[in-house]
Design a binder for this molecule. Structure first.
Ligand SMILES: [Zn+2]
Length: 157
């Protein structure tokens, strides 16, 4: 029987040596604090905590809300590593939702001085470089993590 022409190797697609490393994190379940994933989660956690501290909601159970979100988003970004840049915005929205159930709207808009108090929204909902925006005034208020400067009334002449 014919063997046919030898099929060419899969060109540029080389499996050996370039694949993702699978060994090395078995000892602690992948919680390597120096991995990009953990760095991303740590940054997201720090940004949202900074925004929480800029308001008046940095209570102990608020921190646990952030931790709960980070745990869920760790799983999420493990399934979809390309979404790592979106994690900070997602954690901010998770915490916002959790606060709405227990405390009420957060963060309150610092831009509109009068009228009904309203919360800021994260934009993009699923994207990199998340910002707090006021849809009422149609303005970006601050980056996630920089709400303090917007709330604190820094020099804004
Ligand atoms: Zn507003």
């Amino acid at each position: 029987m014919r063997a046919g022409p030898a099929s060419p190797p899969h060109g540029t697609y080389c499996l050996s040596g370039t694949g993702r490393e699978r060994a090395g994190s078995a000892h602690n379940g992948g919680m390597d604090p120096t991995s990009p994933l953990e760095q991303t989660l740590h940054t997201a956690r720090a940004l949202v905590l900074a925004d929480l501290a800029s308001g008046e909601v940095a209570a102990a159970d608020v921190v646990s809300m952030v931790e709960d979100s980070v745990v869920q988003r760790r799983w999420w970004v493990e399934q979809w590593p390309d979404g790592a840049a979106f994690v900070a915005g997602l954690v901010a929205q998770d915490v916002q939702d959790a606060l709405l159930e227990r405390y009420g709207r957060w963060p309150l808009c610092p831009v509109c001085g009068s009228g009904d108090p309203h919360a800021l929204d994260v934009e993009p909902e699923l994207g990199p470089d998340p910002h707090w925006v006021c849809h009422k005034a149609g303005v970006k208020v601050a980056s996630v993590g920089s709400l303090g400067s917007a709330m604190g009334g820094g020099p804004s002449s």
